[in-house]
Ligand binder design. Structure first.
Ligand SMILES: [Zn+2]
Ligand SMILES: [Zn+2]
Length: 398
């Protein structure tokens, strides 16, 4: 059983090569031509027959001995962030793998190599899913619509996300069962007023005033309308009104996200966001329109898969698995970030696992999505070993 971990460690250098290539060539969104090409070619070299699917790549492995299929997922897209990590292999094209998806792709390529070597021992089918557009929450959905969970039908699925800037470097962090990440709803509030001269505000309907009032009014959702035990976040990250000091603009807008857990509170907040925006705007003689731009459901961690994972990892990496409930005293049992793997977890039993890739004590101080974020590459082989062992053992037992 220890063998998989040792074998993974032996291909660490290859994964570092993948990672640095991907890191230097970050692509964003749904269309990742260079990345897809790279992944496809690497899989071809290993003897796979990769197929394009919904902007991503799918490959299968195994002997199909029984009917079960286990899916392993990696995302491949970067962020529109100008890199300031200081790494010698920093990206120069204005995008950055600041969410570690270069790690996920490299780890799954490493896993693909290990699986090929042990193909005759796979008791079923393992499907590898390399997806685009996680950051805009349309990648997994697009691949599901293109049939990634069909033919052969997927019975269970798993993903890993790396996290720099946390203690316990190199450990797996097993998130809660039930909601493990947040529902995300991205919205835009368009406010329409009447513009005019800054010296004659009574002749205008000032959208800046309206945006300010909507922003403040929305804070009441946290303070007064949702039960204190319920966790949710509403953030306005963008507000744009006007271009200069002495002109009242015609219109303005705000964009933000809602992060929530469970369906009920999610529906309630979305409804109140619309009501509050519209009625506050009306109060000041303006009009507001709320547009939901994109969304993804929370990842629901399957309890059995979660327990299986912890048991399987004990077979290959003793003392290397932390239960978030235990380690972070409940505070990190679920994340407030979102993961479009939630769409997969709506369809099949699924598991999202964290892997710490660099601790503050060793200088990895910045979190995901930070332009200065750095990641400890020593986590690569661990991710590859975990993907491989999880899929093979699950098929053995199911
Ligand atoms: Zn991200
Ligand atoms: Zn991510």
């Amino acid at each position: 059983m220890m063998k998989i971990a040792e074998e993974a460690e032996k291909i660490q250098d290859e994964m570092v090569t993948h990672r640095r290539y991907l890191h230097q060539n970050p692509e964003i969104g749904a269309d990742l031509p260079k990345t897809v090409n790279y992944v496809k070619n690497e899989l071809l070299k290993m003897g796979y027959a990769p197929e394009l699917c919904g902007g991503g790549v799918v490959a299968t492995c195994g002997n199909g001995e029984n009917q079960k299929t286990f899916l392993l997922r990696a995302d491949m897209d970067a962020l529109p962030i100008k890199e300031e990590s200081g790494e010698m292999f920093s990206a120069l094209n204005g995008n950055m793998h600041a969410c570690g998806h270069d790690f996920h792709t490299s780890m799954l390529l490493g896993c693909a190599k290990l699986l090929k070597k042990h193909e005759d021992q796979i008791k079923g089918t393992i499907k590898l899913m390399f997806q685009p557009a996680e950051e805009i929450a349309i990648g997994a959905k697009g691949m599901i619509e293109a049939g990634v969970l069909k033919n052969p039908d997927v019975d269970a699925a798993m993903m890993i996300h790396v996290f720099p800037g946390l203690p316990s470097d190199g450990k797996f962090v097993v998130l809660a069962d039930g909601p493990a990440s947040a529902n995300i709803d991205v919205f835009r509030i368009n406010v329409k007023g009447v513009g005019g001269h800054g010296a004659r505000p009574h002749e205008t309907v000032d959208p800046i005033n309206v945006c300010a009032h909507i922003h403040l009014a929305l804070q009441v959702l946290n303070a007064r309308e949702v039960e204190a035990n319920e966790t949710f976040i509403l953030t306005i990250g963008e507000m744009k009104c006007g271009d200069t000091f002495n002109v009242i603009p015609d219109s303005g807008y705000m964009r933000g996200t809602i992060r929530s857990y469970g369906k009920e509170v999610r529906t309630f907040i979305k409804k109140r966001l619309v009501e509050i925006s519209k009625t506050v705007a009306e109060t000041f003689r303006a009009e507001a329109e709320v547009v939901f731009e994109f969304e993804a459901p929370n990842v629901i961690n399957d309890q059995k898969l979660r327990n299986d994972f912890m048991r399987y990892m004990d077979e290959i990496m003793v003392d290397n698995v932390d239960d978030a409930k235990k380690v972070y005293d409940g505070k990190f049992a679920k994340i407030t970030g979102s993961e479009d793997f939630g769409f997969v977890s709506e369809e099949v039993p699924a598991l999202m696992v964290g892997l710490v890739a660099g601790s503050p004590a060793d200088g990895y101080v910045y979190p995901l999505h930070h332009p200065k974020a750095r990641f400890n590459e020593n986590s690569l082989w661990k991710g590859a070993a975990a993907y491989t062992h999880m899929a093979m053992r699950w098929l053995e037992e199911n």
